[in-house]
Design a binder for this molecule. Structure first.
Ligand SMILES: Nc1ncnc2c1ncn2[C@@H]1O[C@H](COP(=O)(O)OP(=O)(O)OP(=O)(O)O)[C@@H](O)[C@H]1O
Length: 252
């Protein structure tokens, strides 16, 4: 028997003024790691932020761990870990102070020192957030998302801009989360990242899920997206309404 979905999105619509960012999106994520893949501006962040309860749907329904992220946020928040694409950290705070502070908000946090070592942040614990490099800020945001031992973690482009070593440390952490039974929804531009980490891949384009399936089926169908960002548009995706590999056609 399949487990209950950790995320269930039906007919999600989200506008910014007259701009339609999400256009009737359906997405179901089960336990494990789900990668949400798509080009710049596809609507990945808007969808994830709506699941996190930071944005209200203009239409459609969103359930996360069976709860409404806006109306039931008090019950949901302690069960979620959230890594935003940027921000969410007081820029004058030291990295280790910030992480210890977040850890104290949780009943059973991970060991902060071990997490700092694990993510290669040992040398920058006493450095203020604004003086950390982009990659270090990224890893601190990841540490803050997981320190509370959440049931479900949202990671918005967790490896964007990281060097190969930091990228692999992040991948290892995601694999460990999965082994520990934590579900992960991560957005990425990289098919190879989805192949490495995900049980399931959802491809978003123009505010809709155009395909969902195993990384292998998506990679087979989209070989040229393996190392390049899909927004390079070596291929265009033709929408398909059911769970299946995306159907591809070369641009004319
Ligand atoms: N606060 C906002 N105000 C106005 N338009 C916005 C806002 N946030 C996003 N958009 C627009 O909504 C669309 C979807 O953006 P979103 O950030 O969700 O896409 P994305 O797939 O996460 O892109 P990326 O991969 O570049 O992060 C884009 O056209 C974007 O310009």
């Amino acid at each position: 028997m399949q487990s209950e979905p950790v995320v269930q999105v039906q007919g999600l619509v989200k506008w910014y003024g007259t701009k339609t960012a999400v256009d009737g999106l359906d997405l179901e994520a089960r336990r494990g790691v789900t990668a949400v893949l798509g080009p710049n501006g596809a609507g990945k962040t808007t969808t994830v932020e709506t699941c996190e309860g930071y944005r209200r749907p203009d239409s459609g329904t969103v359930r996360v761990l069976g709860l409404d992220p806006v109306r039931q946020s008090a019950a949901l928040r302690p069960r979620l870990g959230v890594m935003l694409q940027s921000g969410g950290v007081y820029s004058g705070a030291r990295a280790d102070e910030m992480l210890r502070h977040v850890a104290k908000l949780h009943a059973h946090p991970l060991d902060v020192d071990a997490l700092i070592e694990r993510l290669g942040l040992g040398s920058c614990g006493r450095t203020s957030y604004r003086r950390l490099s982009g990659g270090q800020q990224q890893r601190l945001a990841l540490a803050m998302a997981v320190v509370g031992r959440p049931e479900l973690v949202f990671l918005d482009e967790p490896t964007a801009g990281l060097d190969p070593q930091a990228r692999h440390a992040t991948w290892d952490l995601v694999r460990d989360l999965r082994t520990d039974g934590v579900s992960v929804i991560l957005t990425t531009h990289y098919m190879d990242e989805a192949e490495q980490l995900a049980d399931d891949v959802a491809i978003i384009d123009a505010g809709r899920v155009i395909a969902q399936g195993s990384p292998r089926s998506c990679a087979r169908a989209a070989p040229r997206t393996r190392s390049a960002s899909p927004d390079a548009r070596g291929w265009t995706w033709r929408p398909c309404s059911r769970r299946c590999p995306p159907t591809l056609r070369a641009p004319r």
